[in-house]
Design a protein around this ligand. Structure first.
Ligand code: 4AD
Ligand code: MG
Length: 458
């Protein structure tokens, strides 16, 4: 059973004005109180009426329950207070729990008393359709709707699965700083911040360089926190602030990273299937697609991925002919991933399009020992990672070639001066993973308050 549910047992009983008392419970705990009188606190999700009956739907964050008010069963003030109550009014309701197979959550509550805590008029988000911009402007309220609630519950499970997997696999959490003196993933997507004494700092693009230091201290580590990219792209896969989990392992090679990635992603999918059936139903997710996410994942050499794109182009399924050496665009990734039922791991990209720290393939030094995991169903890259260069001289050259400020990387070069060993790791964006698990179009709904090119509010 989820720990969350254990913590959400009973709360202290409240006593009403007339001296009656009934335990305060959460909606997802109603099954334990069938036949008993309880008090629920929450917000009015919806209200229907029919003559001498009112059907207020109450939501309390753990679920939504339909309540039934018979005019004769409650005091007149209660009836009057409820009958025209606006959506999202806050209230507490006292009533008897009744199991009802036809009810959405399996239960209904026959109301004996209610107290309006805050009556609301004109809640902006109504059950009618609203445009995305309107909803994004009202994100602080939109979070209360059923679909958004379901998505963020899935996100919560993804995060928990990530932590549990790594914690159980002997990884030590060692978080990386958010304010950093230098770029990790290229200088074009840096957010600059004024630090003290005219110094510039940057919001981190990835904790990887710090992970490499902590991996030499703890062996297997991960960092997990907000990450920033000043991305000028306005796509359904890009946020300017997103959460990335990054495991890193000492004494590991590219193959070890691929082995880890497929176990990692599979454990997340199976956890979501285990814990979030209700939410996946709300999202109308085809769960058979998630059931396919089990090791092993196909592994595809970059050269073979390019061949695949060429074939697609010849068949007229792709507009432009892909040139060997380039990075895959979203349509290329989608095309490649559609050739497989499972996620696919594309490895050994041209070094020229990858970050400065990547180790080279000894057989073909123009290739980097990197891997991208492309999610199934065309969701695109969810994981990027690989093996890191170990040679001091090589990295000194790379830092120069990438025009990176050498002094900011001196500490990093120390890792190659003192006990340099093969090591490797990856990063996974939580939002892209959550969008994939939920089967939804855009990453903006997978984080409570998304930050994008044209959006920093609310
Ligand atoms: O492929 P990326 O850029 O890899 C790194 O940053 C490595 N240093 C990680 C490592 O090896 N420790 O980013 C990793 C993942 C992507 O696969 C994607 O899931 C996510 O981070 N990501 C984004 N998610 C949302 N919006 C963006 N703008 C993202 N950029 C990357
Ligand atoms: Mg990448």
């Amino acid at each position: 059973m989820a720990t969350e549910e254990i913590q959400q047992e009973e709360q202290p009983a409240t006593t009403t004005a007339t001296g009656e008392s009934s335990p305060q419970v959460y909606i997802n705990q109603l099954s334990k109180h069938v036949g008993a009188e309880v008090t629920l606190r929450g917000w009015l999700y919806n209200l229907r009426s029919s003559g001498k009956l009112l059907f207020p739907q109450l939501r309390d964050g753990t679920g939504v329950v339909q309540c039934v008010v018979f005019k004769k069963a409650v005091a007149e003030e209660v009836w009057d207070a409820l009958k025209n109550l606006g959506q999202e009014s806050a209230l507490s309701i006292r009533g008897t729990v009744r199991a009802d197979e036809r009810a959405p959550g399996g239960f209904e509550v026959d109301v004996v008393g209610a107290e309006v805590l805050h009556a609301v008029e004109g809640y902006p988000i109504t059950p009618k359709e609203h445009g995305t911009e309107f909803l994004m402007d009202h994100r602080h309220l939109w979070l209360r709707s059923r679909r958004q609630h379901a998505i963020l519950k899935v996100r919560h499970t993804v995060v928990r699965a990530v932590r549990d997997f790594l914690d159980n696999d002997n990884f030590t959490l060692a978080d990386a700083p958010v304010l950093t003196p230098a770029a990790c993933e290229g200088t074009t997507t840096l957010f600059e911040v004024d630090y003290f004494n005219d110094e510039k700092a940057y919001l981190t693009q990835s904790g990887q360089l710090y992970n490499e230091a902590t991996a030499a201290a703890f062996g297997k580590v991960y960092c997990f926190g907000p990450t920033f990219r000043a991305e000028r792209s306005k796509t359904r896969r890009h946020l300017t602030e997103f959460w990335m989990v990054e495991p890193e392992m000492a004494f590991a090679h590219l193959d070890d990273v691929m082995n880890l990635a497929e176990r990692f992603v599979s454990s997340i999918a199976s956890r979501v299937l285990e814990e979030r059936q209700e939410e996946l139903k709300v999202l109308e997710r085809d769960t058979s697609k998630l059931e396919l996410i089990v090791p092993p994942f196909p592994r595809l050499h970059y050269d073979d991925a390019v061949k695949m794109l060429h074939e697609g182009h010849e068949r007229g399924e792709l507009d432009a002919r892909f040139e060997w050496g380039g990075d895959f665009g979203a349509p290329d990734e989608t095309y490649i991933s559609k050739q497989f039922e499972k996620p696919v791991m594309v490895h050994r990209y041209p070094a020229a399009i990858k970050a400065f720290y990547m180790a080279r393939d000894p057989e073909r030094p123009e290739l980097a020992l990197g891997v991208d995991v492309l999610a199934s169903e065309g969701y695109g890259e969810v994981i990027g990672g690989g093996e890191r260069a170990t040679s001091l001289e090589f990295l000194e050259e790379q830092i120069k070639a990438h025009e990176l400020p050498r002094e900011a990387f001196e500490w990093y070069l120390d890792l190659r001066r003192y006990g340099s060993v093969p090591h490797a790791g990856f990063g996974m964006g939580i939002e892209r993973c959550t969008a994939w698990m939920c089967g939804i179009e855009h990453v903006r709904e997978t984080i409570p308050f998304p930050r994008m090119l044209y959006r920093i509010r609310p």
